[in-house]
Design a protein around this ligand. Structure first.
Ligand SMILES: *[C@@H]1O[C@H](CO)[C@@H](O)[C@H](O)[C@H]1NC(C)=O
Ligand SMILES: *[C@@H]1O[C@H](CO)[C@@H](O)[C@H](O)[C@H]1NC(C)=O
Ligand SMILES: *[C@@H]1O[C@H](CO)[C@@H](O)[C@H](O)[C@H]1NC(C)=O
Ligand SMILES: *[C@@H]1O[C@H](CO)[C@@H](O)[C@H](O)[C@H]1NC(C)=O
Ligand SMILES: *[C@@H]1O[C@H](CO)[C@@H](O)[C@H](O)[C@H]1NC(C)=O
Length: 399
């Protein structure tokens, strides 16, 4: 199972080792301080993100599900052929990956439709060749794979299963079966991975008074609930004759990677959020790189299975729905600060060979309705799929 990745892993190890060496030389004793800061704020990183992307029951507002499918922002030369879309010169293929949740993917209301997902893929394919999903409810896996095939774009998807610790496996089974249907219908050519769990360990520890020791007995009890689903997802894929092996991983807050969980995955995706760690915008990009390297990459390299690590989410909000959350410590949620984060993070991370999923493609109105604060305002695009006024996409091509 590790064979297809050995070359990549080797290069990454070299890169990481080189990075570590030069850090030791240049930074010397400062690195110890950075690690300590990283651990301290890690708790904040995780805890404040605990409600993002949570599956919702009932309250999700899909009131803005466009009946025109948002078709106004992308033109097609042939209205019946989604592959004939006209490119927007303001969009640059500069992102390693993007975090994406199709609009209307929350039970029970759903509402995700192929027209809107096609438009999203048309736009996102001008920015990146990789997206990650968080869950599989509301037919989103099939919709996304269908849209990629209809638009004929170069796009790989990390599919997702949003399982939860306390439902006897119901959410897991429901979404696993959706993924299986999607793979049967659309094949695995556009599938780069299957992520089982989003902030599963963070939520488990939070709900069970587990504190912040991610390898405590309580945390290991949570791991014992997550890993069987990871193993089951692997056997589901192995049993499908897809012609390729799809890596299986998990995503969680950056400081919530339990060792037993890491030993069971091919890859891990870590949320690393300078905003939630109260880091100033000027220090944000370097802080993200340091946190990820010193916590997630180093932890993975210490294990014999050496899971490949990605940044699952990183970004900066452009506003808050209430004044109290308009800043988190030193810097405001604002368009100029999003621009600074784009300018300082994206091209450097590409040069460094970091795999990251920029958070996020568009403003999600259901999150604003449900959680308020900055939750609904992380998009590069507005909720009606227009590039935010004042934002310039950095120009540094990455495949
Ligand atoms: C737009 O979405 C509606 C469902 O909301 C669907 O019936 C229709 O076929 C879609 N239009 C296109 C062009 O995909
Ligand atoms: C799910 O999406 C796929 C791809 O667009 C479509 O073929 C299928 O009919 C959809 N299934 C349901 C139940 O809506
Ligand atoms: C998935 O995990 C849950 C616990 O989180 C467990 O109850 C269920 O049996 C698991 N299902 C499978 C198929 O692994
Ligand atoms: C970040 O700042 C806010 C106030 O803006 C405070 O409530 C919160 O505790 C701080 N978090 C951390 C991790 O320092
Ligand atoms: C890229 O690597 C350099 C050198 O290690 C580091 O200083 C910088 O913070 C990294 N930036 C990003 C965004 O990865």
């Amino acid at each position: 199972m590790e064979q297809p990745y050995s070359a990549t892993r080797y290069l990454e190890k070299q890169e990481a080792a080189r990075t570590r060496r030069s850090k030791w030389i240049v930074l010397g004793s400062i690195i110890g301080i950075i690690v300590i800061i990283g651990i301290g704020v890690g708790v904040g990183v995780g805890v404040s993100k605990s409600n993002s992307n949570k599956s919702v029951s009932g309250a999700a507002s899909n009131s803005n599900s466009n009946s025109d499918n948002g078709s106004s922002t992308v033109q097609q030369t042939d209205p019946n052929d989604p592959s004939t879309f006209v490119k927007d010169p303001n969009l640059k293929h500069s992102f390693y990956g993007l975090a994406y949740t199709p609009e209307g993917s929350q039970l029970p209301s759903c509402g995700a439709n192929i027209g809107q997902v096609i438009q999203d893929i048309q736009l996102m394919s001008q920015l990146t060749s990789r997206i990650r999903l968080y869950g599989a409810d509301c037919n989103q896996s099939s919709l996304v794979l269908d849209a990629i095939q209809q638009t004929k774009v170069d796009m790989q998807v990390f599919l997702g299963i949003y399982n939860v610790p306390n439902d006897a496996g119901a959410a897991y089974t429901r979404q696993r079966d959706e993924i299986q249907t999607a793979l049967q219908s659309f094949g695995a050519n556009n599938v780069a991975g299957l992520t089982v769990g989003n902030e599963f360990m963070l939520n488990y520890l939070t709900d069970n008074g587990g504190g912040d020791d991610i390898n405590s007995p309580i945390a290991n009890a949570g791991a014992a609930l997550l890993t069987p689903n990871i193993t089951d997802a692997r056997s589901m894929i192995a049993g499908m004759n897809l012609g390729k092996t799809i890596p299986v991983g998990t995503s969680d807050a950056g400081s919530y990677f339990n060792t037993l969980v890491m030993e069971s995955i091919d890859y891990g995706m870590a949320n690393v959020h300078p905003w939630f760690a109260n880091v100033s915008i000027d220090a944000a990009a370097a802080w993200t790189a340091d946190f990820f390297q010193n916590n997630n990459v180093v932890a993975a390299q210490a294990l014999s299975n050496n899971p490949k690590m990605y940044i699952a989410e990183t970004g900066w909000p452009t506003q808050s729905s209430d004044a109290g959350n308009a800043n988190n410590g030193p810097s405001l949620a604002s368009i100029p600060n999003l621009q600074i984060y784009l300018d300082t993070f994206v091209c450097q991370a590409n040069t460094n060979g970091t795999g990251y999923f920029y958070f996020e493609y568009f403003d999600e109105t259901w999150k604003d309705a449900q959680f308020g604060g900055v939750e609904g305002w992380w998009g590069l695009f507005t909720s009606d799929r227009k590039l935010k006024d004042g934002i310039q996409i950095p120009d540094c091509h990455v495949d």
